[in-house]
Design a protein around this ligand. Sequence first.
Ligand code: PEP
Ligand code: MN
Length: 348
Amino acid sequence: MVVVMRAGATQDEIDAVKETIESNSLSVLLMPGSVMAIGIPSAIPTDLRDPLQQQLEIMPGVSKVTQVSRAFKLASREFHPESTVFSVGDATFGGNELAMIAGPCSIEGYDQLKETAEVVKGLGANVLRGGAFKPRTSPYAFQGLADEGLRIMKTVGKEVGIATISEVMSPDMVGLLAEHVDILQIGARSMQNFPLLIEAGKSKHPVMLKRGPSATIDEFLLAAEYLLTHGNERVILCERGVHPLDRTYTRNTLDLSAVPVLKEVSHLPVIVDPSHGVGVAKWVPAMACAAIAAGADGLMVEVHPDPRKAKSDAAQTLSPEAFAAMVEAVSKFAGVSGRSLPAPRVRA
Ligand code: PEP
Ligand code: MN
């Protein structure tokens, strides 16, 4: 249940609502915004629901009271009607300006990451991606530079002046990642690693949660709910393709229908990763444009100075030239959708 206060409701009116809820042995969650919303995250006994709603509806300062029907509560728009908007460095998630995350699949060394960071920042990217701990299907595949990769990411992020994101695969590594990068990435394979979700939730560090390849939208949002219930409000959802019906042409099936659905049922920012979504570089730009047309709040795209030499995901990685052309195409769709792309920033 969520109680939305009128604009200008007084502190006494807010306190009275809070006390009424708490007198029924229920906890409250205050959500300040343009108007104050007061949530009751836990389940309310069935026989108490309607009488409590009626009691709250007639209290001074109350605008409306809504019961949350979804399995996920804190992630739902019923509970939190306003879109969540927050900034990390120069990037805004959920706002009018799109977030543009770009960089290599894996951090391969200082020179590779620095060159990529400069190029993508110069083309408008405002977050640098790069994996240091890689979840690879085969144990024989390149596993990432681990701690050294994280140190490189931190150095390059600072030198180039760009926010950073990298994947965290286990709960014990949340602290280490949080020390080195601005956003924790929880990968598709880890979407239901509940101890990891709990630890990342407690860390309060911004988190981008990727949808599991076989996860339903409700499962995806319930995973986000773990982050939210453990106190993390800076959560970004990322659609990256679901298990495909046909792998002949694409690696995954990018479920762009998830974008308007997620935007309607949840208040959290939604990012699309067309690189893992299709798995083929030449089709990434079309899906990036489609994602923005569908209402996504930003993109995550793999870019490498020389994609043929990329140690992971070479086939889906864009060259700097291809990324530039993609940004140009995406900007047209952004304009039509009333959104804007971040302006390229050159370090002063
Ligand atoms: C990644 O973005 O580095 C990655 C491994 O993607 P996913 O978890 O979506 O497979
Ligand atoms: Mn990759």
